[in-house]
Design a binder for this molecule. Structure first.
Ligand code: GRF
Length: 203
């Protein structure tokens, strides 16, 4: 399975996707695409000799054209898109071309603690302030809204004794790094089925 990973920041999930044994056997990162001209994730991509692309040019009216991203997906013959800390909404032309093949990782248990503006430490602060005793990571299919598509996989983290949002972030990130590559490997092995808007990963 040829994978494109969309990123905006440091790229620790990207690194976990590379470092999983499935990389090179079940899936392979063929393109790393960012809305930023430079970011930590691009350095990781270059260390694996993966082509990097800046996905979206700002138009004069402030909206963004994703034409460069669409061209990169075509050029690299990408099968599946994995969003890993990508902060922009994926536009309909890419979601349409990759129906049920655009995945996202979210650092909480959706459908709670998600949606526009809920990213990075904002998520963990909200979880901490809620007094929740468990948090976790969610892999879901992306759609036109932030954090809304069908849930594919989740893993819980016990945070009952976590004393700060930073501690929650640390525990959740560890789980993301395991869950995301494992899920992508199972997708590559054809273990995902979708019916009536529900996604099921075969055991
Ligand atoms: C992760 O917590 C991910 O769930 C969220 O943004 C963060 C990205 O971290 N969407 P990294 O760039 O993969 O290190």
């Amino acid at each position: 399975m040829k994978l494109a990973v969309f990123v905006s920041g440091r790229g620790s999930n990207l690194r976990a996707i590379y470092e999983h044994p499935a990389h090179g056997s079940s899936y392979r990162v063929e393109a790393v695409i960012s809305d930023k001209a430079e970011c930590g994730a691009f350095e990781i991509a270059r260390s694996y000799s993966t082509p990097t692309y800046v996905c979206c040019e700002k138009r004069e009216d402030g909206t963004r054209s994703f034409a460069p991203a669409s061209a990169a997906l075509k050029e690299r013959e990408i099968d599946v898109v994995a969003l890993a800390g990508f902060l922009k909404l994926v536009p309909p032309e890419i979601l349409g071309a990759y129906r049920d093949r655009v995945f996202n990782v979210h650092p909480a248990l959706l459908p709670s603690f998600g949606g526009a503006g809920m990213y990075g430490m904002r998520v963990h602060r909200a979880v901490f302030e809620s007094g929740a005793k468990i948090s976790g990571a969610t892999i879901h299919l992306a759609d036109e809204e932030y954090d809304r598509g069908p849930i594919v996989a989740q893993a819980c983290v016990d945070i009952a004794d976590a004393d700060s949002p930073e501690e929650i972030a640390r525990r959740v990130l560890e789980v993301e790094h395991r869950l995301y590559p494992e899920t992508l490997a199972r997708v590559a092995e054809n273990n995902l089925s979708i019916s009536d808007g529900r996604a099921t990963l075969k055991p």
